[in-house]
Design a protein around this ligand. Sequence first.
Ligand code: ASP
Length: 325
Amino acid sequence: MRDLLSIRETDTDQIHQVLQTAVGFNEILKRPVKKVPTLRGRSVITLFYESSTRTRTSFELAAKYMSADAVNIAVAQSSVSKGESLKDTLKTLEALTADCIVIRHPSSGAAHLAAQFTSVPVINAGDGRHEHPTQALLDALTIWQHKVVGAEDDTYPVALRPDKPFDLAHLTVAIVGDLAHSRVARSNAWCLSRLGATVRWAGPRTLLPAEAHQLPVTVCDDLESALTGADVVMVLRLQTERQESGLLPSLREYSRLWGVTHTSLRWAKPDVLVMHPGPMNRGVEISAEVADGVGGVRSTVEQQVTNGVAVRMACLYLLMGGSGE
Ligand code: ASP
């Protein structure tokens, strides 16, 4: 792999390689001193044209834990605000001797375009409603830990088990909510289906993208059919910042019909895993109790964040040719 731009273009072997590497890095995150010299002397630049808490910070920590220098470009204070183009910005970062560029952009396809302008490895940290590959990889790792290895939170993170392959063929994953605006849903459709899982998509008709039927997913018309017998429920944020008006009659109705609560979880398997990429709209797409794992719900929201650091370490390591054990 030269860049990581989408899961659609990432084959199953490459997905396995990232996950396997991430399991090793998870062990480092458990140590009191979370630092290895593997990327010493290298530099990672994060270029985020959209806001982010988890993704940007985890890329930065991932780089630092591997001894690379991490620099964030505050886009609002950079020459982008003077009208500098994506091409010139990328060329400048390359001239500044960056060894890897992590980009988030509101336009679908921006990461691919960026990769054409530079020979430095580019990682897509979310481009519009298109893809968010590292999110799908961290979600796959979380599902594998719980549903294949059988890790409970107190044994997390789990060690790599040769007898526990990254095979999710026995699992049904329901992805519910604002599918039209979700790059997480698209990347997960590709990633989880490549690993063998059955992927269901469900959301209001107005929030279902036209191309859903071309993706490796089964589209369900209501929450009950999506959740019935599901092993994993992935709840999506209602992305009000990307929505035109008039897509939903009211938030209250949305949460009544599509909100994941203790009541709707009764349709799923008793040991269902509840995931959310964050940030959450508590009380809208997910109830606060379910998000917090109250009443025996297996919510993985925080574990996903920690796995995000390990997965991003793995991606940087593999793309930047890290060295050492
Ligand atoms: N954090 C995720 C993303 O950037 C999900 C979200 O924003 O709802 O796509």
